[in-house]
Design a protein around this ligand. Structure first.
Ligand code: 5GP
Length: 139
């Protein structure tokens, strides 16, 4: 499938749609998932126009991974999570719903399940509060 520049994350990257942004550098933008699977669920979106792991240029991938590491540390501190997982889905068969590569940072607590993927919007006030905490944790 050819990369579609009208996908929702490309539009957020271009500033055409709003997002609860927490971090930006030359290679990536990080913002909250509006349908979080756990408190603090954050997405790191490389700026390179690529659908998935097999299309992104190696340099852009390397930059995005470093950003994911940095943002994950801040998310973990911000929501006081003992653990977190990183997910990156490739293709509809894997559950990918937005066809611009992104890394999910999903905080985890022992014994606590995470919610279903892309199902339930979180209240705006809750997202704003978490956004502020992650931004503060990034210093
Ligand atoms: P994927 O299924 O492609 O791995 O993940 C897409 C993610 O984007 C889902 O977790 C979904 O909740 C999230 N999402 C869908 N639409 C929007 C949106 O408009 N804004 C934000 N911030 N997240 C979105």
């Amino acid at each position: 499938m050819a990369y579609d520049k009208t996908n929702i994350f490309a539009r957020i990257l271009r500033g055409e749609l709003p997002a609860f942004k927490v971090y930006e550098d030359e290679a990536s933008l990080a913002f909250l998932d509006i349908m979080p699977q756990a408190k603090g669920h954050t997405l790191v979106v490389p700026k390179a126009g690529a659908e998935g792991l097999l299309d992104i240029p190696p340099d852009a991938l390397a930059g995005a991974m470093l950003t994911t590491q940095k943002v994950a540390a801040a998310v973990k501190r911000a929501v006081e999570a003992p653990g977190f997982m990183i997910a990156q889905l490739n293709g509809p068969a894997a559950g990918q719903t937005v066809f611009h590569i992104h890394f999910h940072i999903i905080p985890r607590w022992e014994g606590a399940d995470f919610k279903l993927h892309a199902r339930e919007k979180a209240p705006e006030a809750e997202l704003k509060d978490i956004q502020a905490k992650i931004v503060a944790a990034l210093g």
